[in-house]
Structure formats: C-alpha cells, structure tokens
Design a protein around this ligand. Structure first.
Ligand code: MG
Length: 328
C-alpha cells in the first residue's frame, strides 16, 4: 500500500466535531480557533509489542486505535480540561492492509465521538513496526481551572475516582496468566476486566467536574496508585498516606489476584493502566464531592524521609516489594 493511499484511507475515516477546526487534514497544517486562553497539550506513544502484547488476537487494529487515543486523552482528564483536538502519527506495519488502517481509524473515531475529540491532523507512514503517537490538546479558561500535581497540601484528603485493579486483572486474563474458569471469575466480570484493559476510558467528565467543584490537585493512574502518588508527593513536597484496604477494587479483581498468588489490594495499588484520577482536596471541598473514594490523607514531610508515599494496611505501615516510596 502506497503512503498516499494510506493517508487517504486514514483521513477519509475522520470527522470534525467542533467549529474550532478552521483547516483540518488535507492542507500543510491544521488551523484551530482556541477555545480558551490556555492550550493544554500532551503526547503519548503506543508501540505494539511494548504497550500491547504482540501475539494477542484481541489486540486488533480497532483496539490499537482506541487505546492510543484513550491513553493520550487520560492526561487531559488528569489536567481537568475537556478534550479538544488530537493529532495522530501512525506508522503502519508491513502486515497491515487497507482494512486494518480503516479499522484503526474507526476504533479511534469511536472514542473521539464519545469524548468530543476532533482529529485535526497527523501523519501516516509505512514502517517496520506498529507505532502510534497521539498528541492531544485541550483548552482551559484560566490557570485556576486545572488539576496539577504540585497542589497537594498537608491536611488534604486523598481520593480516587471509579475502581482499581481492573486493567491489570484484564491483562492477566489476556496474557493467559489466569484461566477464568479456574479462578472462578464470573464470566461477565472477566469480559468487563478484559474490556477495561483493551479499551481504557479517560475520565474527562470526572476531571472537569472535579475542577468545577474546587479540586486543584490530580493525576491520572497509568502506573498504579502506589507509583503515581509518588509523583504528586514529589511535585507538592508532601507525604501521601494511603491505606491499601480502602482502595476500591473492581468486581472480579479479587479472584484474579488470588489465582495469581497476589494480594488483591496490592494488585489494585500496583497493576496500573486503570486511568482513574487520583486527587487531593481539603475536607471542605471533599465533603461535597460524589463518585470519589477517600483512601488517605496528605501530611507534612518529616526528616529524614522527606516527601513520598506511606502505604498502610488497616492502619499499620506496609512496604510493597520493589516499590520506591521516596519522592527524590
Ligand atoms: Mg498522566
């Protein structure tokens, strides 16, 4: 397939969904009217064989399309801004044909439609391996209308949206590390877990609602609560104390974790790719929020440990294997 044909196939599948797009794919560059005074931009790359298992038949082009946009949009959710434009650079591997490119665009467009994202431009090339790089832009009205990593204050509560561990449990099923029947996972739960892993949904509505409710500190959970909370602790110069037993676990996570020989709370804390939001908020703001589970609190750092994450289990400190708690 020639590259010009690839680009034609790709752009034919795209639909603009906001009036801000003055010039879309087809000219030398995209032109967009800003929807706020601040452009919030993030780039995310998906490489098949690194971010998705190479040999899994469920890692279809449609999944690749959805996942590459979804993980990029999660960073806009984590900043508390709605989705705006996406710019997609796709390197098509030798074993993909025209239909595969169409399926990838369709998967990407399904999520773009659901989230109000316009794919405003990009590039398609043939190459030795599948690589998708997605740059997303959202628009914020002001500096106050953002969720930032460096805004946690001692006295804040620590919370998470949704449920955790689902993506990690789904991956274990995809990789065949856990047999659904042997683990006694409800088949419907198993399907939901696998779907959670393959097609993560960025928490865009939650992010903007949290900003509107007065929350100013947040991050998205790409690597798991235990690891991502360290970024907040480091940026804010505080200690985040989190109780593993308070982590909300998705249905089906417990039997999968037990079949893996892992503690369910530990899986929920470390598995990653759930793309929920972790926030901190003062009690006055936290009390009015819905859809957030409170899992801990923010403390002043103490010498000599300094900023970092302190994990508890039912009130007692725990250390997870191979986990770096210190923020430096
Ligand atoms: Mg992020």
């Amino acid at each position: 397939v020639g590259e010009r044909a690839l680009i034609r196939t790709f752009t034919a599948g795209l639909r603009p969904r906001d009036a801000r797009l003055l010039i879309g794919p087809g000219d030398d560059a995209a032109v967009v009217r800003p929807a706020g005074s601040l452009a919030v931009t993030s780039t995310d790359t998906t490489v098949l064989g690194v971010h998705l298992p190479l040999d899994d038949p469920r890692a279809t082009p449609a999944v690749v399309g959805h996942r590459s946009l979804g993980t990029a949009l999660s960073d806009l959710a984590a900043m508390g801004v709605p989705a705006g434009e996406a710019y997609v650079a796709l390197t098509v591997p030798p074993d993909w044909d025209d239909d595969d490119v169409l399926a990838a665009v369709a998967g990407l467009e399904d999520l773009a439609r659901a989230t109000g994202t316009t794919v405003a431009g990009g590039d398609v090339t043939a190459g030795p391996a599948l690589v998708v790089t997605v740059t997303v832009v959202g628009w914020a009205a002001s500096e106050d209308a953002l969720l930032r990593r460096d805004r946690a204050l001692a006295g804040d509560l620590v919370g998470v949206t949704g449920t955790l561990g689902g993506s990690g449990a789904g991956l274990a099923i995809v990789l065949g590390d856990v047999a659904v029947a042997e683990a006694a996972v409800d088949p419907q739960d198993a399907d939901t877990l696998v779907e959670r892993y393959l097609r993560p949904l960025p928490r865009l509505e939650e992010g903007t609602a949290l900003v509107a409710a007065g929350v100013r500190c947040g991050i998205d959970l790409s690597d798991g609560v235990a690891a991502d909370a360290v970024h907040v602790a480091a940026a804010s110069g505080v200690v985040l104390e989190i109780d593993l037993e308070r982590l909300p676990r998705q249905a089906g996570v417990d039997p999968v974790a037990l079949a893996l020989g892992t503690d369910p709370a530990e899986l929920a804390a470390t598995a990653g790719e759930d793309y929920e939001l972790l926030i901190t908020a003062p009690p006055s703001v936290a009390g009015a929020l819905t859809g957030v589970t409170w899992i801990g609190r923010v403390l002043e750092p103490e010498a000599p440990a300094g900023p970092g994450v302190r994990l508890l289990r039912g009130g007692a400190p725990v250390v997870l294997d191979g986990f770096e708690h210190r923020a430096d």
